[in-house]
Design a protein around this ligand. Structure first.
Ligand SMILES: Cc1cc2nc3c(=O)[nH]c(=O)nc-3n(C[C@H](O)[C@H](O)[C@H](O)COP(=O)(O)OP(=O)(O)OC[C@H]3O[C@@H](n4cnc5c(N)ncnc54)[C@H](O)[C@@H]3O)c2cc1C
Length: 373
């Protein structure tokens, strides 16, 4: 007979880890299955580590709600649990009149979303705060910051284990079958193929989450769950002139991403990126040939930057529901009872601001799980 567990969580990225810590405190037997040798080796360690403010998305979206809630929870967690973070503040810069109109719309969107500390800046105010940044107007968001994502993941991992959750690494989920009131989950590890029975499945498999839904029997095309991979590359800024900015500096957002921006890492280095380009395969190489386009994008608002200051650093892949040229898509965080899969909770399209939202997503899923008892 297969081993029985109450809750099987697929994927130990920041979202799966946060959910494990949340759900395990309810006394349920929780197991997390992760195909890699440890937690957080995919998108959760390949991002900007920015604590976002929630201004970019429609007011009634999960992205807005969970980002704003998650940001507050993250700051509390980081301060209370010794996780390294800095509330640096973010400035979004407009370099021409057309962008000023977009900036003002972003300001109104942020206000509608309930972000209370936003402020429009004049050219002079911008220059006073960030003398090296060139722009004719800007939007200041004091509550944006950066954090050490690995420490955050270690915190959730330790907390989940202390609350009784088990972690099974080097183990890939390869099949899901409805059996009785629960699911038989096929797992593949070094020893071969075996299975466990789970009452509840939480699919937080990041870039594979559409495929996990498909394994369970949901047609991703029909459900509109098919993911598109959208690569984001980063270049580091290495110059003897040192750091040129002290806050996070963003352009006005573009279609598939927030635009190539400048972040300041926790150790005080400047990093440029990510860009956004749709790809077919998961491949984390940074294409050095893109250096010029990074340089040109950032030079618009940071004129002192030089091409030779940039070095390829790393890349991540966004699990996007929004395909090229398509409109906004929200996070899917869904108990799939209406589709005929009671006890299956899918998290699909958890791209940015998924890191910021992680603790709030965990609470949201925790409530769903309570409702299943
Ligand atoms: C370039 C880039 C920049 C970003 N910047 C930010 C930012 O600044 N701020 C922010 O809030 N968000 C940001 N994000 C988004 C954020 O990184 C993600 O939303 C978050 O990391 C998603 O976490 P996750 O746990 O859902 O996914 P992942 O970290 O991808 O974890 C999923 C896990 O599932 C495992 N898995 C998959 N299939 C299986 C299987 N069959 N069996 C077992 N295990 C499986 C994988 O191995 C993986 O470990 C960024 C994303 C990218 C790509």
């Amino acid at each position: 007979m297969p081993v029985e567990v109450d809750v099987a969580i697929i994927g130990a990225g920041v979202v799966g880890l946060a959910i494990a810590a949340e759900v395990a405190q309810g006394g349920k037997g929780v197991f997390v299955f992760e195909k890699n040798e440890t937690f957080g080796l995919e998108t959760s360690s390949r991002n900007s580590e920015v604590i976002h403010d929630g201004i970019y998305y429609p007011q009634d979206s999960l992205k807005t709600k969970l980002c704003i809630e998650g940001s507050q929870l993250l700051y509390e967690l980081c301060a209370g649990k010794g996780i390294d973070y800095r509330r640096l503040g973010k400035i979004i810069v407009a370099v021409d009149e057309g962008e000023v109109i977009e900036l003002e719309e972003l300001y109104r969107q942020g206000c509608r979303n309930g972000v209370e500390d936003l402020r429009l800046l004049s050219r002079e105010e911008l220059r006073r705060l960030e003398p090296e940044v060139g722009g004719i107007a800007a939007l200041m968001s004091p509550s944006s910051g950066v954090l050490d994502c690995h420490s955050l993941m270690r915190f959730f991992y330790t907390q989940a284990r202390e609350r009784g959750a088990g972690f099974v690494f080097n183990t890939e989920i390869t099949g899901i079958e409805r059996v009785g009131t629960g699911y038989r989950v096929e797992i593949s590890d070094r020893e071969g193929i075996s299975s466990i029975d789970a009452g509840i499945i939480i699919n937080s498999a990041g870039l594979n989450s559409d495929k996990i839904a498909e394994l369970a029997g949901i047609d991703p095309e029909q459900a509109d769950y098919r993911l598109h991979y959208c690569k984001g590359e980063y270049f580091s800024f290495n110059s003897r002139r040192g750091q040129l900015v002290s806050r996070l500096i963003y352009p006005v957002p573009e279609e598939a991403g927030k635009g190539i921006h400048v972040t300041v890492t926790l150790d005080g280095r400047m990093r440029l990126g990510p860009n956004a380009r749709y790809v077919e395969e998961i491949d984390y190489q940074v294409d050095e040939a893109r250096k010029t386009s990074f340089y040109e994008s950032v030079k618009r608002f940071l004129p002192l930057i030089e091409l030779e200051d940039l070095e390829p650093e790393f890349a991540g892949i966004r699990p996007k529901l929004q395909g090229p040229g398509e409109g906004f898509r929200d996070f899917v965080v869904a108990h799939e009872e209406a589709k005929g899969f009671p006890g299956l909770i899918n998290l699909i399209g958890i791209e940015s601001p998924g890191l910021t939202a992680a603790p709030a997503i965990a609470r949201y899923v925790g409530e769903m799980v309570k409702g299943l008892q």
